[in-house]
Design a protein around this ligand. Structure first.
Ligand SMILES: NC(=O)c1ccc[n+]([C@@H]2O[C@H](COP(=O)([O-])OP(=O)(O)OC[C@H]3O[C@@H](n4cnc5c(N)ncnc54)[C@H](O)[C@@H]3O)[C@@H](O)[C@H]2O)c1
Ligand SMILES: O=c1ccn([C@@H]2O[C@H](COP(=O)(O)OP(=O)(O)O[C@H]3O[C@H](CO)[C@@H](O)[C@H](O)[C@H]3O)[C@@H](O)[C@H]2O)c(=O)[nH]1
Length: 431
């Protein structure tokens, strides 16, 4: 099938390459010339495992092209909308300017029978509005929310846990079945529904995930004043199949380009709909989440008697999660910035996110290895649980720093091993 993907960021670049790898003829469109230049040359503009290989393969086969000119998408019969829906500059609602602009840019090239498929995360009600906008062209709209996780984006796109179609015709469903023939053939659970349900499924899924993380972080706060260990608590409640252990890792909480802005946008939309009270708890989820970042800054300061100024602090990890270079709303980068703002000399290191961090936080000092960050450090913060930090050796690391104080902000190190090697060790929600 001939497909276009409008917006080639973390979602769209992967979607375009994955669809081409499944045998479709794909053109990716973006307004960012540098991104398109990289993609057109078969290079990935982001760090996402598996994407470079996919781009090389599909680029060589001719199944995948990229352009900044939307008229290059004129031959496509299915157009995916994968542009950003960031938080508005002046509030919590989603900024839909990019979605509206993307749909408007398609209007001159849409043909009767074309299917426009929304993948961006949008407030409920958006699809119905966009369907009216494209109706005069004879094209139809479907909403097909995306659930991929960064770091696993290629696998999640090709082998999703489930597919959700918000459609108003049997024909739209059939077209989507052809697009996703491989996953459908493999028995992937499919929910075929209306626009509003499809939009809400996405919002609800992210709200639930955020709630699960803030729940365990709230337990961490209680553990901290009782001497309990939140990691054991998570293991124990996680053995209950109704609860499940996944997404119960206490630490500095959720960040990234999705969960934080999506729960805020959901609350804002519910407010507009006169149902603010139904999801008022999301404000608390957000507040618990942000408090965990502040707790790490406090722990570091306390280790210096309250004042970090002039102190050298190594921050290991800047991305919002491992296996990503994404620093949007990153708890790790936030902590590095807060320590720096309080006067500390921060040496920030991340295996993949130094360049992306430098773009948004040029005021910080970045180094090019963990060893460099640790050299002479008076406190260490493990802020993103990259494997190389999880596997740090306590004795070897102690020999590199000026003062053996560590805050394991992701609860990935063994406290007893680190204490035995002479460290002042702080976890979150652990004695
Ligand atoms: N990143 C994820 O893991 C993920 C997963 C599921 C859903 N989502 C949702 O997908 C959407 C995109 O997220 P993202 O992380 O890829 O964002 P992103 O910022 O990485 O990518 C968006 C891209 O759209 C481009 N763009 C903006 N306006 C355009 C236009 N008019 N025409 C063509 N291109 C345009 C931008 O230049 C950018 O490259 C958001 O709604 C997000 O919530 C993201
Ligand atoms: O037990 C946990 C699990 C995750 N996190 C943090 O939560 C954030 C989000 O993690 P994750 O959900 O794995 O990453 P994303 O790539 O942002 O994916 C989320 O957001 C996407 C965009 O909407 C959705 O498609 C995915 O289904 C949804 O998991 C990260 O900062 C993690 O460090 C924790 O603190 N504790």
């Amino acid at each position: 099938m001939k497909l276009s993907v409008i917006g080639c960021g973390y979602l769209g670049a992967v979607h375009a390459a994955a669809m081409a790898s499944l045998g479709h003829d794909v053109v990716g469109i973006d307004v960012d010339q540098a991104k398109i230049d990289a993609l057109a040359a078969g290079r990935s503009p982001i760090y996402e495992p598996g994407l470079p290989e996919l781009l090389t393969r599909t680029h060589a086969s001719g199944a995948l092209r990229f352009s900044t000119d939307v008229t290059d998408a004129a031959e496509a019969v299915v157009h995916f909308i994968a542009v950003g829906t960031p938080q508005s500059a002046d509030g919590n609602s989603a900024d839909l300017r990019f979605v509206d602009a993307a749909v408007d840019s398609l209007l001159p090239i849409l043909k009767p029978g074309d299917l426009v498929v929304g993948k961006s995360t949008v407030p409920v009600g958006t699809a119905a509005r966009l369907q009216e906008r494209i109706a005069p062209t004879g094209a139809e709209l479907a909403w097909n929310p995306e659930f991929l996780r960064e770091g696993f984006a290629v696998k999640d796109t090709i082998e999703p846990d489930r597919l959700v179609y918000g459609v108003v015709s049997e024909r739209a469903r059939e077209i989507l079945d052809s697009v996703y023939a491989r996953a459908i053939g493999a028995g992937t659970p499919l929910v075929v529904t209306d626009y509003a349900t499809a939009e809400l499924v996405k919002t609800a899924a992210n709200a639930f995930l955020a709630t699960k993380i803030s729940f365990i972080n709230a337990m961490a706060e209680i553990a901290e004043v009782t001497g309990a260990d939140v990691t054991q608590l998570a293991d124990a409640i996680g053995h209950d199949n109704r609860i499940g252990r996944r997404f119960l890792n206490a630490g500095i909480g959720f960040g990234g380009g999705c969960l934080p802005k999506d729960i805020r946008a959901f609350a804002a939309r519910a407010e507009e709909l006169g149902r603010g009270e139904s999801v008022a708890f999301l404000a608390e989820i957000d507040a618990i989440n942000l408090r965990r970042r502040a707790r790490v800054v406090d722990l570091v300061a306390e280790s210096f008697g309250g004042d970090v100024s002039g102190r050298r602090v190594a921050v290991l990890g800047l991305a919002f999660k491992p296996e990503s270079d994404d620093v949007r709303d990153s708890p790790a980068l936030d902590i590095a910035r807060a320590l720096s703002a309080a006067g500390a000399t921060v040496a920030g290191y991340d295996p993949e996110a130094v360049e992306s961090s430098r773009r948004v936080a040029p005021e910080l000092d970045y180094v090019s290895s963990a060893e460099e960050a640790l050299a002479g450090a008076e406190a260490v913060v493990v802020a993103t649980e990259w494997r190389q930090f999880r596997e740090l050796d306590a004795t070897d690391t102690a020999a590199r720093v000026a003062r053996p104080v560590i805050v394991d902000a992701r609860n990935v190190l063994d406290p007893s091993a680190w204490r035995a090697a002479g460290w002042e060790f702080h976890g979150l929600g652990r004695p």
